[in-house]
Design a protein around this ligand. Structure first.
Ligand code: GLY
Length: 409
């Protein structure tokens, strides 16, 4: 038996030794990012921000679109790694395009928009004007808070929901938390804590997975509906939603030290980790048809078969953005969970990052509309944004690599 195992051991050792060190992977990815994002900056219209590359076309969007902060944010992350004055100038110019954002009609994602752009600007340069923008945006986001519900409203009232709160909204709390920490104005973090507590009570299932949308009665605070918008069905676990929750509760523990949030983040990680495919990149929904825990097309809230074009035998699409967000969150979570558990989180994140940095997911220079990652999904429920690059996938991928690098210090 011993002799039988020797070649396997030798092969394993050989594989370990020939694996590209993650520091080299990081160098390679940031050098590609610098080239791709400079090219993207050069082609971008003055009042637009990159969104995706679809059907062979680069697609940009309005400055008040929910993803508008990720391009300046990504430039800040590239500047953080490379120290390039040219990239810093681009980051400053792209960030200042969002100067007028708080004067526009906004939505809950002003948290993402301002924290990724001005938040990174303030973190890396200490520019007081960036902090002023964070304060103005935190005021604006706080205006969406209803104390009876105990949450900031995600989307404005519509046909399906009057007071919808989506799990994604956990991410917008970071702007509130950081603004309180930086200014000493405790109003914002109090709102963030109440929102996180209400979400913890109403969005999660006993297994640690979460609903996408919870809709409330704004007069009484009663929960009216628990449904999905972008997931496979109401009872399913939309993978990016699980990623937002994991990241959001990890961040809330960092900002408050309240162990309830740490426990919740660990519970979400316990749910996600066993469901990740071998290469670490999640399917777009952990219960989509074709996955190991598939729910049926007859499930409540499942997409209409005429819209959802997947057929038995088709591969299940992955979502690189969910993978990148999960990797970034797990690395931060590992810093709060020493021992075996933290090591597992780092190992999982490393696996995800290596897959994302492989040719299967990482674009070659000049391709993919100058985005970095391929194979993201916007909304497979409505069959839109299918298998495309996503600006936020790139942002969290680079953030995760920077976080991993910081672990090694
Ligand atoms: N926050 C919207 C999304 O994750 O698609």
């Amino acid at each position: 038996m011993k002799t039988l195992h020797l070649p396997i051991l030798a092969l394993a050792l050989l594989c370990c030794s020939c694996q590209e060190p993650l520091s080299k992977v990081t160098d390679r990815v940031f050098s590609l990012a610098e080239a791709q994002y400079k090219a993207m900056d050069a082609k971008l219209s003055p009042n637009r921000m990159p969104v995706t590359f679809e059907d062979g076309k680069f697609k940009d969007g309005k400055l008040n679109g929910w993803t508008s902060g990720f391009f300046p944010g990504t430039l800040w992350l590239i500047y953080e790694y490379t120290g390039s004055p040219e990239v810093r100038a681009m980051a400053e110019r792209q960030t200042s395009k969002l100067d007028s954002l708080v004067g526009m009609k906004t939505h809950h994602d002003i948290g993402f928009q301002i924290n990724c752009s001005f938040g990174n600007a303030y973190r890396l340069t200490g520019d007081p004007a960036a902090l002023e923008m964070m304060k103005a945006a935190a005021e604006k986001l706080s205006g969406r808070f209803n104390p009876v519900v105990g949450c900031t409203r995600s989307w404005d009232p519509g046909k399906r929901w009057n007071y919808p709160v989506i799990i994604d909204n956990m991410m917008n709390l970071e702007l509130l938390a950081e603004t309180s920490r930086l200014t000493g104005d405790g109003r914002f973090i109090e709102i963030a804590k109440t929102h996180a507590n209400t979400t913890l009570k109403n969005h999660f299932r006993p297994d640690g997975s979460s609903f996408h949308v919870v809709s409330y009665d704004e007069e009484t605070g009663a929960v009216l509906k628990k449904q999905t918008s972008q997931g496979f069905c109401d009872a399913s676990a939309w993978s990016r939603g699980q990623a937002w929750g994991l990241y959001g509760y990890t961040m809330m523990f960092r900002e408050t030290g309240d162990s309830t949030y740490l426990d919740q983040a660990r519970k979400i990680a316990d749910y996600i980790l066993p469901l990740l495919p071998k290469d670490g990149i999640p399917e777009w929904d952990f219960n989509a048809p074709g996955t190991a825990h598939a729910m049926g097309m007859d499930a409540e809230g499942a997409p209409k078969p005429s819209v959802y074009l997947w057929k038995e035998g088709d591969p299940v699409l992955r979502d690189a953005s969910a993978g990148a967000i999960i990797a970034s969150a797990l690395i931060e979570l590992s810093t709060f969970t020493p021992g075996k558990e933290g090591k597992l989180y780092v190992r999982t994140a490393e696996k995800i990052l290596r897959t994302l940095a492989s040719p299967e997911y990482l674009a070659a220079e000049g391709e993919n509309g100058n985005f970095l990652l391929k194979h993201g999904v916007t909304n497979l429920h409505g069959w839109s944004g299918v298998d495309i690059p996503l600006t936020y996938a790139d942002y969290y991928f680079l953030e995760a690599l920077l976080r991993y690098k910081a672990l090694e210090k």
